[in-house]
Each structure stands twice: as structure tokens, then as C-alpha cells.
Design a protein around this ligand. Structure first.
Ligand code: ATP
Length: 313
């Protein structure tokens, strides 16, 4: 276990930076430059999620620069165990909503509550303990495979950190067999100075990490590209399994991945313009139906040209 905890201390700040990264690695630099550190309130409470998490956004407004509202008064809730998806054009505010829930930033107006507790009143550790992230592009530490799988759970107080659990999580994320082909297996260094992993393999390591962490809340940001179709289908299927029984908020670019969501919110310019299940939204014949139609047409064109499925944002 020391193997896990020692580098953990060393990478505490890197960890924070990675978490801050959340969904788009391209924006990492910008986000880091911003350094808007959120601090716990002196009387902050521990968020305890015993039996499922209910998430409530109540008239949430948010501005990055204090001038332009990027989120313009959004309200929605996710019941314990429900899966909710955010879709819509690029720049609509999907990633921002996730960042707010993870509390990289505090809302400008309104509130976000988890099981009735305003997340500004919760300690960040307890909030983040409850949440597992599967980002679009997974960042791996320049550390061993074992470390990369274990660090989120290690951060979580070390629950589940047995050798068996780590291997079990890797198997469950369908990355174990691959790891066994590496020169030093679980002790193999990955990342820039070590074994190079493909986008899909990194994603699987990230999934293994979340499986091991076992959080009640899942934030999924669907990869826009990078994975080949077979890999991607397998990963999507694994994510769907993982979200069973957990409160899940997913950002979707390919609508086909979220058709089973309990509720889909279409976000445009910081507002929810349409909400409902896939079939309700199709029947409505609005923005979502249009996006769906475009993707189907794109897919047909894509199949002919051998291109990947098109995305909305
Ligand atoms: P995409 O589908 O392309 O990922 P999105 O719906 O997730 O888009 P956001 O990333 O939430 O959209 O961005 C919403 C708006 O906020 C955009 O106009 C974006 O330029 C702006 N924005 C995002 N991050 C920052 C930031 N760190 N500072 C300032 N503005 C930002």
C-alpha cells in the first residue's frame, strides 16, 4: 500500500490539477491559469451518501468572468439511481454544469444540492468522494498501472485497496489482459516516460479507477473521438453497467449512447431548451429530434465514406 500512498502525496497537486481538468484536457492550461481556488467553509459539513444520491440544480446561474452568464438559470434534478444526459451544441454549457457539480467553481446564483445539502456547505473531500469521473480524455499519471488504477480509491480513504480488488477492477474494465502483456505488468510505468497506452486503453484504466472507487454518483463525459468502434461499444456497454444503481450525469455527443437515459436535457446557450426521454423528445419534433435526424443522416453518409459517427458538440 505504501507504493500507492507515497506517490500519492507527491502528486497531490497534480491530482488536483487533473480533477480540475475534469472534461476537456485541451482547456487544462486555461483552467490552471485561472486558479480560482474553492475553499471549504469553516463550518463545512461532511456529505454522507448512504443510500443513493439525489442531485438538485435550482435556478443555477454561472459566469466565468463575472460578466457574461454562461449558465442562465438552470433547474433540474436527478433522483437516486437515475441517469440524466446533457446534449446540445458545442459551447452550450454541458461541461460547465459538470464542473459546477464537482465544485471547481461556485455557482453565481441559485444552488446545487446533493441529498439536500448545498454543495457549498459540504467539505470538498466528502463531495468528491461521492463522485466518480470518467472524463473524455483520461489523464494518466507517469506512474505504475497499479497506481493509476488505485489512486482515486486511495484518495477515498483506501477502501477496496487490496491486490485482488485492483485486479478485479481491471478485469471488469477489460484492461487486465492487456496489462498482463506489459513488461512489468501492474508495476509497468505508463504515460510519457513509460508504456504508451492508446486512447481506449487509457479510458479503460479510468473506468477501472472508477470501479475501484465505487462512488454513488457518476459523471460521464463521452469521448468525442479517439476510440475505434468496437472498443467504443465495449466501453459504452461497460459504462452503462456501471451506471446501474448510481446517480449518473452524462454528457453525450453521440445521441445513440444516451437513448436509455431517464431524462435528456437539451442545453443551448446556457439554458435547458427541451427535456424528456428519448421517445418523448422524438415525438415532440423539436431540437432533439432534429439533432437525432442529423446524426442518423450523418451516420448513413458516414457508413458510406467509412467515417466515424458525427457529433453534436
Ligand atoms: P462542448 O460540447 O464543445 O464540450 P459544452 O456544452 O460542454 O461544449 P462548455 O465547455 O460548458 O460547453 O462551455 C460553455 C461556454 O463557456 C463556452 O462559451 C465556453 O467558451 C465558455 N467557457 C468554458 N470554459 C471557460 C473558462 N474556463 N473560462 C471562460 N469561459 C469558458
Amino acid at each position: 500500500l505504501n507504493q500507492i500512498y507515497t506517490p500519492l502525496n507527491q502528486v497531490a497537486s497534480l491530482y488536483r490539477d487533473t480533477m480540475r481538468n475534469l472534461v476537456d484536457t485541451e482547456q487544462l492550461a486555461d483552467l490552471l491559469n485561472e486558479e480560482k481556488d474553492i475553499v471549504d467553509r469553516p463550518d463545512s459539513k461532511e456529505l454522507v451518501v448512504a443510500e443513493g444520491a439525489k442531485i438538485e440544480f435550482d435556478n443555477v446561474k454561472f459566469s466565468y468572468d463575472g460578466k457574461k452568464d454562461i449558465i442562465k438559470g438552470i433547474s433540474f434534478s436527478i433522483e437516486p439511481g437515475q441517469s440524466v444526459a446533457l446534449v446540445g451544441p458545442s459551447g452550450g454549457g454541458k461541461s460547465t454544469i459538470m464542473r459546477l457539480l464537482y465544485r471547481f467553481y461556485d455557482v453565481t446564483e441559485g444552488s446545487i444540492k446533493v441529498n439536500g445539502l448545498d454543495i457549498r456547505d459540504a467539505s470538498q473531500t466528502s463531495l468528491r468522494r461521492a463522485i466518480g469521473l470518467v472524463p473524455q480524455e483520461s489523464v494518466l499519471f507517469n506512474e505504475t498501472v497499479r497506481f493509476n488504477i488505485a489512486y482515486a480509491a486511495a484518495h477515498n480513504g483506501g477502501v477496496n485497496l487490496t491486490e485482488e480488488a485492483i485486479i478485479e477492477a481491471a478485469k471488469s474494465a477489460a484492461i487486465h489482459d492487456k496489462i498482463m502483456t506489459f513488461p512489468a505488468q501492474y508495476e509497468t510505468r505508463v504515460g510519457e516516460r513509460g508504456q504508451r497506452l492508446s486512447g481506449g486503453e487509457k479510458q479503460r484504466v479510468a473506468i477501472a479507477r472508477v470501479i475501484l472507487k465505487n462512488p454513488p454518483v457518476l459523471l460521464l463525459d463521452e469521448a468525442t473521438s479517439a476510440l475505434d468502434t468496437t472498443n467504443e461499444r465495449a466501453i459504452q456497454a461497460r459504462l452503462r453497467e456501471l451506471s446501474q444503481g448510481r446517480t449518473t450525469l452524462a454528457i453525450a455527443h453521440r445521441l445513440s449512447t444516451i437513448v436509455d437515459s431517464d431524462i435528456i436535457h437539451c442545453l443551448d446557450e446556457g439554458e435547458i431548451v427541451e427535456s424528456g426521454s428519448h421517445s418523448e423528445l422524438l415525438a415532440k419534433g423539436g431540437v432533439y429530434a432534429e439533432l437525432w435526424q442529423k446524426q442518423i443522416e450523418g451516420q448513413e453518409g458516414g457508413l458510406a465514406s467509412g467515417a466515424a459517427t458525427p457529433k453534436t458538440g
